[in-house]
Design a protein around this ligand. Sequence first.
Ligand code: RFL
Ligand code: PHB
Length: 395
Amino acid sequence: MRTTVGIIGAGPAGLLLARLLHNAGIDSVVLESRDRAYVERRQRAGILEQGTVDVLREAGAAERMDHEGLRHDGIELRFDRRRHRVDFPALTGGRSVMVYAQTEVCKDLIALQLKSGGPLLFETEALAVEGADTDRPRVRFRQRGEGGEGGAEGVLECDYVVGCDGFWGVARSAVPDGRTFERTYPFSWLGILADVAPSHDELVYARHDRGFALLSMRSPSVSRLYLQVPADTDADSWSDEQIWDELERRFETDDDWTLRRGPITQKSVTPMRSYVHEPMRHGRLFLAGDAAHIVPPTGAKGLNLAVGDVVTFARALAHRTATGSDDLLDAYSATCLRRVWQAERFSYDMTTLLHTAPDATPFEDRLQLARLDRIASSRAAETDLAEAYTGFPIG
Ligand code: RFL
Ligand code: PHB
């Protein structure tokens, strides 16, 4: 098999990249280790930045999002039983975000890819990237056989390989002499999906002495909620009733706001990590999305960073095709990392602003409240949050 761009991974990064390349007349092959149903069901991100929405529209992948997505003009911060709304358009010159689940973005991109006849091979696991520092990098892969056993091995020969294979993929290990920057947090998120209308029309980020809580949504009838829990928590150790009781406590206010309860349809625990691998390129192998960097979900940045990376790569390759110049490809890693570190900084700030660390001193607790109070009382501080939340420019 031979193609111009071999893409490993059919998460949002790999799928969007295939679409952008298709639109630029550049052929690609996507290899994905899981099956289609798994990729389409994996519950993850929910918030698209303004820039991500614009990219999906320009790519011709926004028809359903524009019908079903929910435009949000703000978020609520809740602390000390108080409520403070951050008004995005007023603070950022009109920017907002879109609530449209990652599962739906992936479904839309998969449908487009298959409709345009673009090769997208499910149940095909990349085993290794070879020859990244040559003109002909290769991806060795194995296609699952009948019944999930055995399977045939093959080689995909490429001009370029883009590793969009997430944090646990194989591409990153083919970038030698890299440097990693990492931080893990002593807590996780217990996330639930519930068949109940969201209790608020915007997201609520709550800081409470018992821990952080987040109210989000998937649609007008499906709520997505998260609770800060200790790092090694087993999701099944929480009964549904315990989850609702704890959410209720952490969202408590002095007014008559109430939390609606409903049947919980999914429960899972997500660890929290900050991670960056530098550089994001070795020869003709490029890393994009979670393969190169992870942020804790508090800032809602992961998917949006992945989008920025693949837009940067697609532009750089189109530039090379049009002009013969490698300039933008050579700048890829530095261009992406600048935006990545802004998102790392913001995600870290949001995480430490809102979570209670098990070893926090009373002094640090007070500082946290002072930081929240500052955002609630200073337009400059609030604008900083609103600009970062609605997104940093790509490129
Ligand atoms: P993905 O989505 O992990 O996709 C990687 C794909 O590669 C496949 N793969 C392989 N395929 C072939 N061969 C191999 N050897 C392979 N190894 C792996 C995998 O099966 C998979 O299909 O990475 P990508 O595309 O870079 O996308 C990144 C985003 O998924 C991630 O950053 C976000 O989900 C993070 N995130 C959020 N991001 C946001 O922008 N906004 C949010 O509101 C938000 N909330 C979240 C989140 C992540 C969460 N979890 C579960 C980590 C909330 C949560 C709870
Ligand atoms: C979500 O809806 O899954 C979500 C929203 C905002 C976040 C993280 C996750 O910061």
